[in-house]
Design a protein around this ligand. Structure first.
Ligand SMILES: NC(=O)c1ccc[n+]([C@@H]2O[C@H](COP(=O)([O-])OP(=O)(O)OC[C@H]3O[C@@H](n4cnc5c(N)ncnc54)[C@H](O)[C@@H]3O)[C@@H](O)[C@H]2O)c1
Length: 392
């Protein structure tokens, strides 16, 4: 397929992420005019009519449909973006790849490791460009931390602690959305947020060799959602009918990296205190760094050979750091979560146009799936488990 700078977008699932991705595509020409990329919102699919109305009326999609199959044969669509619930990803992504469309799929791509492997193979066999939503990599301060690691400024890495502690499930009256039910999402925090923590560990430190993991469900029943509602920020009432939570709130693991680094990874969706603490602490033989998405414009750095005083210092992000100058000029001016999504969309479309390798692609997703698979084997066996490559 020869693409001009116009790229036709079809999007499946117009909930939280579908809306965020749509805003991101619209943002590209205004925040990154020099890229010369014009994403066109051609068609959107969702099963909720009000969401389709909003997509066309407010977001500027040219057309809408209740059936995602309608997007597959359209010659004016180059890229299909999958932001439907995770359990639907495999069927959709395989059909999208077979239709020869480039495909972006929200993390963790498949709802279980085997599904991610099948999706990765489908895209590889079809020769389409793939991308996935490990957006925290794109934070300018995370990019800076990685550059420091690659430049040897932290020395030889020794310890890594990664975590994603989110508040979204801490309210006992938070509704039983698809995220909490095995029939719609085989795994809970493992797939939803631990996947982000694993990808960040890969991005900064490298592959993980083996893990020992544990899990728990802290809130065992929740109110059933009303029809057309049911994203994970909706709230029910005490008198509502209740349903069972059937996948894990918490997963924690000790991990050993291939390069000898030792660490921990934890994820919880029902914890009090942290709000959206997607964070890491990293120690090397010459220094240390830590970052937390709740303060995404700040990096804590300890470089004793370079600093006049001992202890961590705070580095403030700003226009001089990775892509941040496209959003705000000068130091200390902040960007936020959805700006990372705009960077993600830009970099994916640049990959579609052949200007860069797509990364994170489904290849990065299967690396994450391999570690998820080892965590599941370990919480069953209650022993250390090696990470195996599930690529087909
Ligand atoms: N990268 C991130 O930070 C991040 C954050 C949140 C969610 N996600 C991922 O994004 C995906 C979607 O999550 P969300 O929070 O946006 O969910 P959501 O529930 O808010 O939205 C899902 C949408 O899909 C629609 N849908 C359901 N069945 C459909 C069908 N048959 N055809 C078309 N549309 C259908 C729903 O009506 C809803 O509008 C998940 O895979 C999740 O893991 C990623």
């Amino acid at each position: 397929m020869t693409l001009g700078r116009r790229i036709g977008i079809g999007l499946i699932g117009f909930g939280w992420m579908g809306q965020a991705h749509s805003r991101s595509y619209r943002n590209i020409p205004v925040y990154f005019p020099e890229a010369g990329i014009v994403p066109e919102l051609v068609a959107v699919a969702d099963t909720v009519p009000e969401r389709l109305d909003m997509a066309t009326d407010n977001f500027g999609f040219a057309s809408s449909t209740a059936s995602w199959h309608d997007l597959l044969d359209r010659s004016d669509i180059d890229v299909i973006d999958i932001t439907a619930p995770t359990a639907m990803h495999r069927e959709i992504a395989e059909a999208v790849a077979a239709a020869g469309k480039h495909v972006f799929c929200e993390k963790p791509v498949g709802d279980n490791p085997a599904a991610t492997a099948a999706i990765e193979k489908a895209a590889r066999d079809a020769g389409v460009v793939s991308g996935c939503g490990y957006n925290y990599r794109w934070a300018p301060m995370v990019q800076y931390a990685r550059a420091l690691i690659e430049g040897g400024r932290l020395g030889e890495l020794t310890h890594y602690r990664g975590r994603f502690f989110s508040m979204y499930g801490r309210d006992r009256l938070g509704v039983l959305s698809w995220r909490f039910m095995q029939e719609h999402s085989q795994f809970g925090s493992l797939a939803d947020i631990m996947s982000h923590a694993i990808d960040m560990a890969h991005f900064l430190v490298g592959p993980i060799n083996r893990v020992v993991a544990t899990r728990e469900i802290f809130i065992r029943e929740r109110p059933l959602p009303k029809p057309g509602k049911g994203t994970h920020y909706d709230r029910g009432a005490p008198e509502d009918p209740m349903g069972q939570v059937t996948n894990e709130d918490y997963v924690g693991a000790l991990v050993e990296f291939a390069n000898g680094v030792r660490g921990t990874l934890e994820a919880d969706r029902s914890i009090f205190g942290p709000q959206s603490q997607m964070a890491f602490e990293l120690n090397g033989s010459r220094g240390a760094a830590s970052w937390d998405h709740e303060k995404l414009n700040q990096l804590q750095l300890y470089l004793p050979e370079e600093q006049p005083t001992d202890g961590f210092v705070e580095v403030l992000s700003g226009g001089d750091y990775f892509h941040q100058g496209n959003f705000v000029p000068g130091g200390g001016n902040s960007i936020g979560y959805e700006d990372l999504k705009t960077i993600e969309a830009l970099e994916f479309l640049r990959a579609v146009l052949g200007e860069r390798e797509s990364n994170p692609s489904f290849d990065a997703a299967i690396d994450v799936a391999n570690v998820m698979d080892a965590m599941v084997r370990s919480w069953d066996s209650e022993k250390w488990e090696d990470v195996r490559d599930l690529r087909l």
